[in-house]
Design a protein around this ligand. Structure first.
Ligand code: PHB
Length: 402
């Protein structure tokens, strides 16, 4: 069953409750500091990986978010912006300490992060308790916009379930009925596999093998041997960043590319096709973005990104860019007044804009309702083939926001 977006009355009640806990009434009765606060920088805390297998993802998100804000005079709601960056190292055990530093010591106004689903679980718990406005620009942990959903927590990326669900039908339409799954064995990989299963098994597909590889291990020989032995019609995988480079190259080097077609959620070929080289050519994936999407926002964004950073934009950059847009929508609505938190949150909740990925709006659980594209790598570019699922919302099981 799809989660229907509930509007206005009940939502505002919840937000009002949140505001009361933050002492908004008290702040409003002190006009002098209030005025000073309006010209002080807005503090944006960023918790993203800048080392390890997901380092490039963190860079792309950060670059594009800052590009967006720079394009708007380096301000949010008329106020200058101060960035406080922390390397998450994509390490869940460090999530609590890092989040506490940004929220409690640095006292950030917005918290942006993370990339890794395990880090997101630790971060979201604190963000919910503290009420700081949080935007998740990648991590897909289904729980963040499921049982852990909260009025102050938003996501500009996806749930792990979302990009994988449409692929089940794509493979069945190609006559591929027996599929092996292979993924990094943590939240993102497991939930991605479940999304694929949900779109595949009820429609007649069979999972013949499921192989988990510990994150962030990139030793894939044992998995490749198991895949060859299972001899499925196709393989569906979740790997990203440095791990995706290695997996795609190893898959081709093992001689499997031509005998067992490789599919995946689109992260498999995002930001990494140059490094993957010929091994990536022809790989089809599903994702909420493709390099060649023919809309004016995508063209302008890709050109600006390339000019500023000398690199091609990817889905991570798009998510970072849209994080900038979402903050701006909220801050413009309140003229930069962070104390007007109810109205700021309400404006973000109602965001509806043209993203480089296509139309962007949020579900009641604050997760994007968006198109998912079937793409294919041609000459190192993720080209759009078709819309695999238009306007797909995550089921948001367990989200009771209002
Ligand atoms: C995640 O851990 O949620 C994750 C990481 C990298 C991706 C996608 C999802 O590319």
């Amino acid at each position: 069953m799809r989660y229907e977006k509930k509007r206005s009355a009940s939502r505002r009640t919840v937000i009002k409750g949140l505001g009361a806990g933050l002492g908004l009434a008290a702040a409003a009765s002190f006009p002098a500091p209030f005025v000073r606060a309006q010209s002080a920088p807005v503090k944006v805390g960023i918790l993203l990986p800048y080392s390890g297998t997901y380092a490039k993802l963190g860079d792309a998100i950060t670059n594009a978010m800052m590009l967006n804000i720079a394009e708007n005079g380096d301000t949010l709601g008329g106020r200058p912006v101060e960035y406080i960056k922390l390397d998450s190292e994509a390490a869940p055990p460090k999530a609590t300490e890092n989040t506490n530093k940004l929220i409690l010591s640095d006292k950030v106004d917005f918290l942006v992060g993370p990339v890794h689903s395990g880090v997101a679980m630790g971060m979201a718990k604190i963000a919910r308790e503290e009420g700081v406005i949080t935007i998740v620009p990648n991590a897909g942990a289904d729980q963040i916009t499921g049982p852990l959903c909260a009025p102050n927590v938003f996501r500009t990326s996806f749930t792990n379930w979302q990009p994988s669900f449409p692929m089940g039908k794509v493979l069945l339409d190609k006559g591929l009925k027996n599929v092996a799954l292979c993924y990094w064995n943590y939240g993102a990989g497991k939930q991605s596999a479940q999304g694929f299963i949900d779109g595949f098994v009820p429609n007649g597909g069979t999972i013949v093998k499921e192989i988990g590889v510990p994150f962030p291990e990139v030793e894939f020989q044992a998995a490749l041997t198991e895949i060859a032995a299972a001899n499925p019609d196709a393989v569906y995988v979740f790997f990203a960043g440095g791990g995706a480079v290695k997996f795609v190259k190893d898959y081709a080097a093992a001689g499997l590319k031509d005998s067992i077609p490789l599919y995946g959620s689109g992260f498999l070929t995002e930001g990494v096709t140059q490094a993957q080289g010929a091994a990536a050519e022809g790989i089809q994936t599903t994702l909420h973005y493709a390099d060649t999407l023919d809309n004016p926002e995508n063209k302008a964004f890709r050109a600006a990104y390339k000019e500023k950073f000398g690199a091609e934009a990817d889905v991570y950059a798009v998510q970072g860019y849209d994080t900038g847009t979402l903050m701006r929508i909220g801050m413009d609505a309140v003229g930069g007044d962070m104390e007007a938190k109810n109205d700021l949150i309400a404006a973000m909740d109602q965001a509806d804009f043209a993203s480089p990925r296509g139309p962007f709006k949020l579900s009641a659980a604050h997760n994007p309702v968006q198109n998912f594209y079937l793409r294919e790598v041609k000459n190192g570019v993720n080209e759009v083939i078709s819309v695999a699922y238009e306007g797909l919302a995550d089921p948001a099981k367990g989200c009771t926001m209002g």
